[in-house]
Write a protein that binds this ligand. Structure first.
Ligand code: GDP
Length: 389
């Protein structure tokens, strides 16, 4: 799955930078990465996205200092400079791209406001699907962040083919503050995106997948413009014991050969763990319209029967009946990883809660403004002065 990814704003840029590092370490160069921001320092902090693929927008308005938490200004700046962004995308080349992936924190200003603008134009100009990975604010960040995220989500859903949500609140790590958790949360996001990016990509030399999932199946799973959540679980593979000088004679005893039945149960259990464990956004799995399972790991641990079992199980769990499953053999890992994409889920308590907080925040802002205007006017009540003009 070849992504053209755009990291919009601070969170988006950092997550994409890590994704880029991950792909470089794997030796794959299929990911196209562009960072867009209104804050110069955020762009300068990136390490793996080449400087020529970083765009500073809004220079005339905010002079490289960012838009703060004003996502209306974020949207305005993105709209004013949409040509610059689209030209950069075009120049980097889009002919081999399977999908666009906008990554952004939805509670802030630049990414929250800019992402829906970019999604609108990309969906109009290109036939490839446009996805957004949207990071939701944690409750402790306050109502303004909720209001921003709720407004951004509503707008994004008008234009994207799918909105994959990540809830910072649900992912904050024990004993760490939210800020300290960012690096770990970003790693978790990138682990999932990296597996998704393997779908349909050529496998390493001399390896063959048992069941191949190609990019069109990812696209079919994510179609429809809804919200998705991703589950993930890993299992360390047992290392073969070193056999030493007499290894040849002892081979049968020491080599850990996994029985076929055991292997398929392990895969099915791992997929179940991924679907029922911590999702990028907690949701009711039975409200998912479709699902996609991708298992990656050393070929001797992958198993067709196990995947089929997992597929049947998932079909019973979700609302719809479309479950796609495939695997990706790789020797570059000591883990078997299972990814479960729950597509177009409708029961997401955090989104409902955000809507409520956002409505409250809007009322409070309007009320505060009314009071402020009244109080300001009353300051001049006593004097019967005429304005200058
Ligand atoms: P922008 O630069 O104006 O788009 O604003 P940010 O990207 O900083 O968006 C603010 C939101 O993103 C807040 O809800 C933050 O909690 C969240 N955020 C900021 N940086 C990170 C990060 O590195 N990782 C994650 N997961 N969230 C982040």
């Amino acid at each position: 799955m070849r992504f053209f990814a755009i990291g919009f704003g601070q969170a988006g840029g950092k997550i994409l930078d890590l994704f880029m590092e991950n792909e470089k370490l794997r030796g794959t160069n299929t990911l196209k990465a562009l960072a867009v921001n209104t804050a110069r320092t955020d762009l300068m902090g990136l390490k793996h996205i080449p400087p020529k693929n970083r765009i500073l927008i809004g220079q005339t308005t905010v002079k490289g200092h960012g838009v703060g938490t004003d996502n209306k200004l974020g949207a305005k700046v993105a709209q004013e400079e949409i040509e610059t962004i689209l030209n950069a995308i075009d120049e980097m080349g889009t002919h081999e791209v399977d999908a666009f992936l906008i990554i952004a924190g939805l509670g802030g200003g630049t990414g929250s406001g800019g992402s829906p603008v970019l999604a609108k134009y990309l969906s109009e100009m290109y036939s490839e699907p446009v996805y957004c990975v949207g990071v939701l604010p944690a409750p402790e960040e306050g109502k303004l962040y909720s209001l921003n995220a709720a407004r951004s989500m509503i707008t994004l859903l008008k234009y994207v083919d799918n909105l994959i949500l990540v809830d910072n609140g649900a992912w904050k790590f024990e004993g760490l503050s939210l800020k300290e958790s960012y690096a770990k949360i970003n790693e978790e996001i990138v682990r999932r995106l990296a597996i998704l990016a393997r779908a349909g990509e050529p496998v390493e030399e001399n390896l063959v997948g048992e069941m191949v999932v190609d990019s069109s199946e990812v696209i079919n799973t994510l179609r429809g413009g809804g919200i998705s959540s991703i589950g993930y679980a890993t299992l360390p593979v047992q290392e073969k014991k070193k056999t030493g000088l007499f290894g040849l004679f002892k081979k049968k005893e020491t080599e850990l050969v996994t029985a076929e039945e055991d292997k398929s149960t392990k895969i099915a259990t791992l997929v179940r763990k991924a679907a029922l464990g911590r999702l990028t956004i907690p949701c009711n799995i039975s409200s998912a319209e479709r699902a996609l399972v991708l298992v990656a790991g050393p070929p001797e641990y992958l198993d067709r029967k196990g995947l089929e079992k997992a597929k049947l199980w998932l079909e019973e769990q979700i609302a719809g009946v479309e479950v796609r499953a495939g695997d990706y053999p790789t020797r570059r890992t000591k883990h078997v990883a299972a990814l479960v994409v729950l597509a177009n889920v409708t029961e997401i308590p955090r989104v409902k809660q955000l809507q409520k907080l956002a409505a409250e925040a809007r009322e409070e802002v309007e009320e505060a403004e009314k009071v402020r205007i009244e109080k300001t006017i009353s300051l001049f009540d006593e004097e019967d002065l005429e304005p200058l003009f």
